[in-house]
Design a protein around this ligand. Structure first.
Ligand SMILES: *[C@@H]1O[C@H](CO)[C@@H](O)[C@H](O)[C@H]1NC(C)=O
Ligand SMILES: *[C@@H]1O[C@H](CO)[C@@H](O)[C@H](O)[C@H]1NC(C)=O
Ligand SMILES: CC(=O)N[C@H]1CO[C@H](CO)[C@@H](O)[C@@H]1O
Ligand SMILES: [Zn+2]
Ligand SMILES: [Zn+2]
Ligand SMILES: [Zn+2]
Length: 803
């Protein structure tokens, strides 16, 4: 998803292989990126363009009235099944395609929103339907829905006005059958009764708990680095590069960095790109693109579609407008191409659009001048590498400013601005030539398309930087000088993303029926650049936790960090999830460095490899001692002589995973009894060949807990969850965020089962752990606090009775 579509990547590889060896050689030497870009420019031939555009055509992002009809009907089906959330999403897909029936789609969506209890959004959709010539004969129905919403929101005056409007519509409409008229009038009198009751005994409408509670945490901003707290400082040395260090002792849970993304692009989600048939069948699968605002990543309810394409959807008119002004008016005509070229290409384009042409070209110019200086220094007899080293080993550093850390502005401030983005490392010389070729070709494709797209049509309402860009880019048969500058900058960003892209993630509650105890998973919402967070180096055993809210990131200390220690976070390969060898392999491939973090050094120095040390091992079926060996494993107890092939054990593990997945399916289909039965069998199987601390054993216990919770058997649920917590604790540590999530589930179960004192205790533990990792504003932390308040309000007498 992040990289270009595989078919295009394979095409580029074949093209690379067929290049003249001499040209290959030229492209392989680590020259300036501008040269790479210019060399690739003429290589992108009409045939290549045609191939790429035929691939892109499969990612339909245009508007199609037939699709609108299709999604509307699918939505109606779900609505009839009372699957209101699914219906809502399908209606939103319908309104993202233009059709003469838009008003009906909005009216339908308002019904779904009403049933889901989103009355404000429902009202908005009713207004949208009415603004688009909603048919007269249906007016009374929608006016009554509006009345109901207004009543439920306690807006009595407005409700009364709408009722009388509805009455006059009904009175005037001759086409109504008498039964319809009767039923409408009955409904009206019912609503009047409701309104009257509310007037005489005004119940205070409970105020929705404001989700945007003011952040009470003390924000003591750093004088040198924007978005960072004063407890950190930016240091630089040639072996570690730029890194952040604690300026004082830091406690767990303290905020270190709070940063808004410089740029972010929503990850489209898989199904868009898996589509392999030439004819676009509209598909009803739900992706990120249907669930989150394309600008601010907020969860969508009554989404506002882009007026140009069926792909981009926004949480509000405002987001749609801002996105259009800052980047989407340029991106919109390129939609299908960008989906094919992958999120990294898209982020590269959006970065230059957000920065604006003036800023991009001025930094590029500066960069080329510095490069010339380096050449001159070289000519004076010093090697290029030495020169670079003496200027602190970073590219793009101007010689005159020795003490300046790259990315800082002239006043020494690191602002997380485009200048900081520009100075993120590209590692241009470390990427394989094939990869660089693929990136270059993809960027060339974007540039050609930018030249083609009639950008002038789109210029209405666009902001300064974008219209300037358009003026610069305007048609010519050759790529203009401006486009070449942008192309080189985009290529730079695309290579930077390899090491600097940050996945913006969210916890999504999986939709498993009406289970009271939610199961949740972490999903990737977007890819973003955070220039300040990018300063953090990696450790496989990090001392920080990272959480996201919309497009903002917060980095918190998860352990005490003594003054002077480096602040590190984990780029993905974590000590708890894989062994040192695998972690180091991955880090080397993706980030081009050999990890020497404490966890790696410890593990490499001892015999136990990480995973084995934390329980991912097989055990002997007769004596339960661990099995050791490579291809053939033998029992370590010495008493047994059992020998088993690793392949055999791996197959058994695979089968067991399948069984567990089947059980989860049963649970989702609302068959918890069958799920319990199957999971119990899995548990017995697991005991036969897996160590008691194996993660899969933990997962089985966790799913058992969820099944029992669905059945309302709280004690059994709690028993299994405690086992799962033990295993998670053994692997991730008692104060890890993983343990926090498990404790949260246990708190919910104990709460539901009225096990008051244990619930209070567990709530306390869960809150402490989650607060450190996710902060006090976290939804789960707040839910825990509500649970506690609720338990403490129970009358004493009741407490004694239930315990
Ligand atoms: C959707 O609109 C159609 C009219 O086009 C109507 O017949 C149908 O009942 C509506 N469905 C819902 C759920 O409002
Ligand atoms: C982070 O904290 C843990 C626990 O205190 C410690 O073992 C580890 O070495 C620290 N890591 C770094 C990189 O400082
Ligand atoms: C301690 C550590 O892992 N330091 C690394 C920080 O990042 C640079 C490059 O990004 C590596 O070279 C260091 O080894
Ligand atoms: Zn938004
Ligand atoms: Zn669009
Ligand atoms: Zn490591």
């Amino acid at each position: 998803m992040e990289l270009p579509a595989e078919k295009w990547a394979a095409y580029a590889r074949r093209k690379w292989a067929s290049l003249d060896p001499c040209l290959q050689q030229k492209l392989s030497v680590a020259g300036p990126l501008g040269d790479t870009f210019l060399l690739c420019l003429p290589l992108f031939q009409p045939a290549d363009e045609e191939f790429l555009h035929s691939l892109a055509a499969r990612n339909g992002v245009g508007k199609d009235p037939r699709a609108a009809l299709f999604y509307k009907e699918e939505g109606n089906k779900r609505f009839q099944n009372k699957e209101y959330t699914a219906a809502l999403i399908l209606y939103s897909k319908a309104v993202s395609h233009n059709s003469p029936e838009m008003s009906l789609c909005y009216a339908n969506r308002s019904a779904a929103l009403f049933h889901l209890g989103h009355f404000e959004d429902c009202l908005e959709d009713i207004d949208r339907a009415q603004a688009q010539s909603y048919p007269n004969r249906l007016q009374p129905k929608i006016l009554l829905r509006k009345t109901e919403c207004l009543l439920l929101l306690g807006r009595l005056q407005e409700a009364a006005e709408v009722i009388s409007k509805a009455e006059s519509k009904i009175a005037m409409d001759q086409s109504l059958t008498s039964t319809t008229r009767q039923s409408l009038l009955r409904k009206i009198s019912q609503l009047k009764v409701n309104a009257h009751e509310m007037e005489s005994s005004p119940v205070s409408v409970p105020e929705a708990p404001s989700k945007t509670r003011k952040d009470l945490e003390f924000w003591e901003e750093n004088g040198k680095i924007s978005s960072a707290f004063s407890s950190v400082s930016l240091n630089f040395n040639s072996c570690r590069g730029r890194h952040l260090v604690a300026t004082r002792d830091i406690l767990p849970g303290e905020n270190l960095v709070k940063e808004e993304a410089f740029v972010s692009v929503l990850s489209p989600g898989k199904s868009l790109l898996l589509q392999d048939s030439a004819e676009t069948t509209w598909d009803t699968r739900v992706t990120n693109a249907d669930l989150h605002c394309h600008r601010c990543l907020k969860q969508l309810l009554g989404s506002v579609p882009c007026e140009g394409c069926s792909y981009a959807k926004y949480c509000s008119k405002k987001c749609a407008q801002l996105a259009w002004e800052h980047y989407h008016s340029t991106e919109c005509p390129l939609g299908a191409l960008l989906l094919t070229l992958g999120v990294f290409s898209h982020v590269a384009l959006r970065t230059v659009l957000v920065a604006g042409f003036v800023e991009v070209s001025s930094l590029m110019k500066q960069f080329h001048e510095d490069d010339k200086e380096l050449h001159k220094a070289e000519a004076r007899g010093r090697s290029r590498d030495e020169t670079r080293d003496s200027t602190a080993g970073m590219e793009g550093l101007s010689e005159k400013a020795e003490p300046l850390i790259p990315g800082c502005e002239d006043d020494g401030q690191y602002r997380g601005s485009y200048q900081a983005v520009f100075n993120l490392l590209t590692h241009a010389e470390k990427h394989s030539p094939e990869h660089k070729f693929l990136c270059s070709l993809s960027i060339v494709a974007i540039c050609k398309k930018l030249r083609e797209a009639d950008l002038t049509i789109l210029s209405q309402g666009s902001c300064e930087s974008q219209s300037k860009l358009k003026a610069h880019v305007k048609m010519s048969t050759e790529l203009s000088l401006e486009l070449k500058i942008l192309g080189e900058a985009m290529l730079r960003h695309m290579l930077q993303l390899h090491c600097n892209a940050q996945a913006v993630t969210a916890i999504r509650e999986s939709e498993s029926g009406d289970s009271i105890v939610a199961d949740s998973e972490q999903v990737r919402l977007a890819t973003a650049l955070f220039p300040v967070t990018s300063l953090l180096n990696h450790s496989c055993d990090p001392n920080t936790s990272v959480t996201f809210s919309g497009t903002a990131v917060t980095v918190r200390a998860s352990q005490p960090i003594p003054r002077g220690q480096e602040i590190v976070h984990c780029y993905g390969p974590h000590r708890c999830r894989m062994g040192a060898a695998e972690r180091r392999q991955r880090l080397l491939c993706q980030y081009f460095f050999e990890c020497r973090c404490q966890a790696c050094l410890d593990e490499l120095g001892s015999d136990v490899t990480g995973i084995a040390a934390t329980g991912d091992i097989f055990c002997c079926s007769s004596c339960h001692a661990s099995m050791q060996g490579e291809d053939v494993l033998r029992c370590s107890s010495g008493a047994c002589t059992l020998l088993v092939g690793r392949d055999y054990l791996l197959r058994q593990l695979w089968d067991l995973r399948l069984q567990v997945r089947t059980a989860l399916g049963l649970l989702k289909d609302n068959q918890p009894n069958q799920a319990v039965e199957l999971l119990m069998r899995c548990r017995v199987d697991a005991e036969n060949f897996l160590s008691a601390e194996h993660m899969l054993v933990g997962e089985i216990e966790d799913h058992l807990a969820q099944s029992y919770a669905t059945l309302g058997k709280w004690q059994e649920a709690a028993r299994h969850l405690r086992r799962s917590i033990q295993i998670v604790e053994a692997r991730h540590g008692p104060s890890s965020v993983e343990t926090g999530h498990e404790l949260f589930k246990l708190a919910q179960i104990l709460f539901n089962g009225f096990a008051v004192s244990e619930a209070l205790c567990t709530i306390q533990r869960a809150e402490t752990v989650l607060c450190v990792h996710c902060g006090p504003q976290n939804a789960q932390v707040q839910e825990l606090q509500e649970m506690r308040a609720c338990l403490l309000e129970l009358p004493r007498s009741l407490l004694h009775r239930v315990e």
